[in-house]
Design a protein around this ligand. Sequence first.
Ligand SMILES: [Zn+2]
Length: 94
Amino acid sequence: MSDPTDPGDRRLDGNAAAGVLTEVMTMDPASAMATCAHCGGRAALGGHLVYADAPALVLRCPSCLQVVLRCASDEGGRRLEMTGVLLLTSPPDR
Ligand SMILES: [Zn+2]
């Protein structure tokens, strides 16, 4: 019988998160709201400042101008670095 207080009984491998991660990663990026890890400001990603003249796209916070994320898709694959995003949210699908 499983013991609900044993953290080992609640642990699953990463495949158990695949469905939710797929939903999260396919959210509409323009309307998704990002909370800046630097200043706590909250804005739609579509309202961030984009610098496209670097090896990756760089998005900066419209409030504090710090880098919130970098992303690239090229022959090397897809990369996403979001250390400047404290929280990314989107409304539920209708
Ligand atoms: Zn900020």
